[in-house]
Design a protein. Structure first.
Length: 420
């Protein structure tokens, strides 16, 4: 059966015109045993690693991580030269790269037999800003880099109680979320409508462990026909749990914490100190913070006078488009879990992208976020809650808060409104 690709309409891509962002992502590149041996067979690579006092380290299961160095407040791949170009490409070509490097920013998910959804990371400027060559003709080439195989998304997802939905059923629920987000007058309202609709569906199927397609579609018809959206309330104070969750996530993306994380023998005490200090500053909204990918360190209180990106219709529309893409591509459903947990990832992503858009505007001396600020927010959302989340797990306390919020309507409202 021929593979049918589904990718964002009108998307372009070309690897050019960026500051090597894929080489300065907040983690280390994972390589295979074969790739490790190939790299270490090169004398110049052995010399390069030795000159920096680093080595390719094992992470188990036959996988390894390339070392990273801290330069100019950034965690950079050890093979990135000062001119922003890859030393491997200079000596060989892109075929010498690891599969991780060859395939970024692509991923492929099989949602049905012969149906493959293309996932594209917004951390890549060409994807985020939609420049380069038309994507369609390139898909076969990049798919072949994956060995012509796509990652199959979960067989089932939990709706509520003991109810398990099969793949076509939970993808139908995801389609309902897309419809609610598109129809709502704001993203927070669309996410809350999606949560309420899902809860109503869970109640309708409460006594069904594995509903038949007939039972499922009958419940969908009833719930959607009777559903009346409830306007999202305006809270006078932001949710403490929501602010703590954001602070925990963002503190780990700040400098100098990365300088310690990049060294296996670094002081855990120093790393813990800076993590605690930066979490507290972010929670209070006061003090200087130096977040990766932002232009400079800045005083957090400056962000108090910056507008929400949702006040700009063009930015709000761009964010809606991003969420529609996320729900289409399949990342949220890579493992079997509760549908509410997948929804929580969307609520968290909204809070992250709006917070970073505000911070970046403040760090740049502006009171009104622009599209570039929102774009960096999208990149952060990808890194923390969406595309790359499996490669960089959340802190244990953050995981606990997320487990509390997933089934807490008021908590989710607080997360949706903490920045909106």
């Amino acid at each position: 059966m021929a593979t049918e690709f589904h990718a964002p309409h009108g998307q372009h891509f070309e690897c050019r015109d960026c500051a090597s962002r894929c080489c300065v992502m907040p983690w280390k590149v994972v390589v295979t045993e074969e790739e490790k041996q190939r790299f270490e067979s090169e004398a110049w690579i052995r010399e390069r690693l030795a000159s920096h006092g680093v080595a390719i380290e094992s992470v188990g299961d036959g996988l390894y991580r390339l070392p990273a160095l801290v330069r100019n407040r950034r965690l950079e791949c050890v093979f990135l030269d000062e001119d922003g170009l890859c030393s491997q490409v200079k000596r060989h070509d892109r075929e010498f790269w690891s599969r991780t490097c060859k395939t970024f920013p692509f991923d492929f998910f099989e949602v049905a037999e012969g149906q493959v959804h293309v996932s594209l990371s917004q951390h890549c400027p060409a994807i985020r800003d939609n420049y380069g060559k038309p994507l369609g003709p390139q898909l076969e080439q990049y798919f072949s880099t994956f060995g012509g195989k796509a990652t199959r998304i979960a067989e089932t997802m939990q709706l509520g109680g003991m109810t398990q939905l099969n793949r076509p059923q939970y993808l139908r629920v995801a389609q309902l979320w897309r419809e609610q987000i598109a129809a709502a007058d704001s993203l927070p309202q669309g996410l809350l409508n999606s949560y309420d609709l899902t809860q109503s569906l869970a109640v309708a199927l409460l006594d069904k462990t594995n509903p038949t397609d007939e039972e499922f579609h009958a419940a969908i018809d009833t719930v959607t026909r009777e559903f009346t959206p409830e306007s999202i309330p305006r809270q006078k104070k932001s949710s403490l749990l929501a602010r703590l969750l954001l602070s925990l996530h963002l503190s780990r993306r700040s400098y100098p914490i990365w300088s310690y994380l990049s060294k296996p023998d670094s002081s855990k005490i120093r790393s813990a100190y800076y993590a605690y200090r930066n979490t507290l500053r972010l929670l209070r909204g006061k003090g200087e913070i130096d977040l990766i990918l932002l232009p400079r360190a800045f005083e957090l209180s400056l962000s108090d006078g910056v507008d929400s990106a949702m006040e700009n219709p063009a930015l709000a529309d761009r964010a809606k488009h991003f969420f529609d893409d996320v729900l289409t591509r399949g990342n949220l459903f890579l493992r079997s879990r509760a549908m509410n947990q997948a929804l929580l990832d969307l609520f968290l992503s909204l809070a992250i992208l709006l917070r970073i858009a505000r911070y970046r505007a403040a760090a740049s001396g502006r009171r009104v976020p622009d599209m570039s600020d929102l774009g960096e927010g999208l990149s952060y959302a990808e890194c923390i809650a969406l595309y790359h989340v499996a490669r960089h797990p959340a802190p244990p306390v953050a995981e606990l808060i997320m487990s509390i919020l997933a089934d807490n309507r008021q908590g989710l409202i607080g997360l949706a409104l903490v920045e909106a």
